[in-house]
Design a protein around this ligand. Sequence first.
Ligand code: DHB
Length: 391
Amino acid sequence: TRTRVAIVGAGPAGLLLSHLLGNAGIESVVIDDRSREQIETTIRAGILEQGTVEILEQSGASARVRTAAHRHDGIELRFAGDGHRIDFADLVGRGVYLYPQHEVLKDLIAVRLERGQDLRFGVTAERVEEPASALPRVIATGPGGERIVIEAEFVVGADGSRSVVREAVTGSQTGGYFREYPFAWFGILTEAPPSADELIYSNSPNGFALISQRSETVQRMYFQCDPDADPNALSEEQLWEQLQSRVPGTTLKEGPIFQRDVLRFRSFVAHELLHGRTALIGDAAHTVPPTGAKGMNLAVADVVVLERALRALLLEGDSRLLEAFPETASHRIWKAQHFSWWMTSMLHVAPDASDFDRLRQLGELRSVVESEAGRRYLAEAYTGWPLEGLA
Ligand code: DHB
């Protein structure tokens, strides 16, 4: 196969990039080793920045997002038994939208197929050859074990945290800056009405909990757990006990728990984002811990920067924006890394925390909620910084 842009990974980053390139008249091929069904049903993130919604809507990637998403104008930080609202609308005049990632993916896949784009499921990328040449190629294996070679003018690794393309860009599968955390999230989905109008990020002596939502009848909740926790070790009653003990002041509305998972997390940024004619975006380029909901939004921001650079390169033969891509993208990446690390550190209880650490953390939380500047920083970051060069 020969195309202009070969994209490995049909997640939010790869599919949105293909869509925006298509709008500009640039053809691409997207491959993913998963099935369509798997991609459309895996439960992931839930919060979209306002800028993410605007891109999805204005580019025609999702007609449903504006009507189906629930706007949230604030969040609550809870600690020492009290709730403190961070009023995004009032502080920064922006909000966020609750719209599950798999819904974004359904919309993007539907629109890709509707426009007759080459989108292939069950195709596993093996490696990228000659990433820095004028004609890099992706070597892959098809669903029947057949060898597939995709030659392109540009290759994009949008293939997630275990990226195969990364090796062609950084020289190794793991090459990057990273940090690990001594805790993870225990996530549940429950059939119950919402326990609160907005999301609650709660710091308690027993650890962190996040009360999120999915719909009027399905709720998503998380609590801090050991990274090695067995998701099946606790009964439903024990799970509710754990959750409830971390959100003092709210009585959670309980229902049957129909999904449970342990999410291990870390902070990671690849040492390089671009090598010749091969680039990394989304989780292939970086991962953030989930506190603060930056992951998918950061992927979308990468796409915006790379798409503009590829348009200049492929339509006008101008490579300057592409050469600037790593530097341009890295500013937002490191701001998001900082924000995600900060929200994580401020809200979780490290297993080895001393009394000093614990009291300092409460001091930190108070400095944020009692200061308009503090609340405003949180609101700016949470709702999303302005997107680079967006019209
Ligand atoms: C959700 C996940 C997050 O990491 C977050 O900060 C907020 C909400 C969610 O899955 O609903």
